[in-house]
Write a protein that binds this ligand. Structure first.
Ligand code: NAD
Ligand code: GLY
Length: 382
């Protein structure tokens, strides 16, 4: 595993791993450790500009985790309020942004106050965006509680809400001041959601770190189902990989686009299924990553055995690996291409794809001819 230069490995009290995101004056730490939630408040208090915060969470996460956090913040001398929102992607909306920002102002939020996002990617993206725009920008701390949020969305400062025309279309880059990850919080998350986050974990191996992929082949089940220290190690490696990419390309002018491996296909599948529970984002990414490997093989960039190996691993943990796994998808190749054209990364009408030369060697290209894409999609979508 490359681990990356951002991994300092210096464990603070209580043996958490520390990953640094190096962005000059916007640099911050990510701490990962089993049981870390019992030290969240102690880690948060010293980094606040003043001891005043608003915790944003959803009903599912509030039930097990909000009361202890509020009590610990109070004990650490932080005056904190909380806002509890309904769970689900629908919460990442303009309506909820308006309610959340309005509530924060009613609570007397000031410029040196901090929003604390306690939850999955929905809460992280919404609270992060609220922090970016409230009073032209207040601090934000991320306490991610899904595997997807722990390996991806809580790190790197992308914040957004969804619009009727598509996901994440209104947002801002706003880096958090601290990210605290307790993998034990995944014990209350259902397995399907953990698997969805696992797809985004595998992504880092497929992009740049073949050794990490090979380690996941041996340890994937323990990461998903919670055996030993495997989760901590996988999350730490994923965060270090993401920290490195974000430090080199914060605003996605180049390398950061690699983190979208599989996502162009995934977004088409998610749009076709209405961004519903029929297909979770991570499930769509698992299928999309297999499609990116298949298309790369069809175009001669990599061998078919690499695609087969990726599919075999994702399949072995229980993730879907082909569009045929989505019941009643009803997506034609032409409709799929139409949806891909609405991707944020389309430039001058050309769709940008993340393709691969093999496991651990991804690259971005806008040079895929539509005829080749259509021929490939005709084979998999029927
Ligand atoms: P989510 O936030 O909706 O969480 C999934 C479900 O799990 C929800 O019902 C939630 O209430 C529940 N939950 C969360 N933590 C729990 C816990 N520990 N125990 C029990 N239940 C828990 O979904 P998600 O998959 O975490 O995030 C998806 C969102 O992330 C999407 O909106 C996507 O666009 C966004 N995202 C953002 C980035 C980024 O870089 N900002 C990257 C990837 C994805
Ligand atoms: N999840 C992709 C990114 O943060 O760029």
């Amino acid at each position: 595993m490359t681990g990356g230069p951002a991994l300092t490995g210096a464990p603070p009290e209580g043996a958490a791993a520390r990953v640094r995101v190096s962005l000059a004056e916007r640099s911050y730490d990510i701490l990962v450790g089993n049981g870390l939630r019992r030290r969240f408040a102690a880690e948060i208090a010293p980094v606040l500009a003043r001891p005043r915060a608003i915790v944003v969470t959803d009903e599912n996460v509030a039930a097990p985790y909000l009361a202890p956090l509020m009590a610990d913040l109070a004990a650490a001398g932080v005056k904190a309020d909380s806002v509890v929102l309904p769970p689900g992607e629908e919460t990442k909306s303009f309506a909820h942004l308006e309610r959340l920002t309005g509530r924060c102002l009613e609570l007397g939020l000031e410029r040196r106050d901090t929003l604390i996002a306690l939850g999955g990617g929905v809460i992280g993206d919404l609270a992060g965006f609220a922090a970016a725009v409230l009073l032209r920008g207040v601090g934000c701390i991320q306490l991610p509680t899904t595997l997807l949020a722990q390996v991806d969305s809580s790190v790197g400062g992308k914040t957004a809400i969804d619009m009727p025309g598509g996901k994440n279309l209104v947002g801002a880059f706003h880096q958090p001041g601290l990210v605290l990850i307790d993998p034990e919080t995944l014990d209350t998350l259902d397995r399907r959601q953990r698997l969805a986050g696992y797809a985004e974990t595998v992504k880092y191996g497929l992009i740049r770190d073949r050794a990490f992929f090979e380690w996941l082949e041996a340890n994937g089940r323990a990461v998903v189902d919670g055996g030993g220290d495997a989760r901590v190690r996988a999350i730490e490696t994923a965060c270090a990989a993401k920290a490195g990419v974000v430090a080199r390309d914060e605003r996605e002018s180049g390398e950061r686009a690699l983190l979208n491996l599989g996502h162009t296909f995934a977004h088409a599948l998610e749009t076709a299924t209405g961004y519903s529970d029929r297909l979770l984002h991570g499930e769509a990414v698992a299928i999309g990553m297999c499609m990116a490997f298949d298309l790369s093989a069809e175009l001669g960039w990599t061998g078919g055995q690499e695609a087969a190996r990726v599919r075999a691993h994702l399949d072995s943990v229980g993730l879907p690996t082909a569009p045929a796994a989505v019941e009643g998808l009803g997506l034609t190749p032409a409709a799929a291409i139409g949806l891909m054209r609405r991707d944020k990364k389309v430039t001058d009408g050309r769709i940008a794809f993340v393709l691969v030369r093999g496991i651990g060697d991804a690259f971005v290209t806008a040079a895929v001819e539509e005829a080749d894409l259509e021929a490939y999609l005709s084979g998999v979508l029927g």
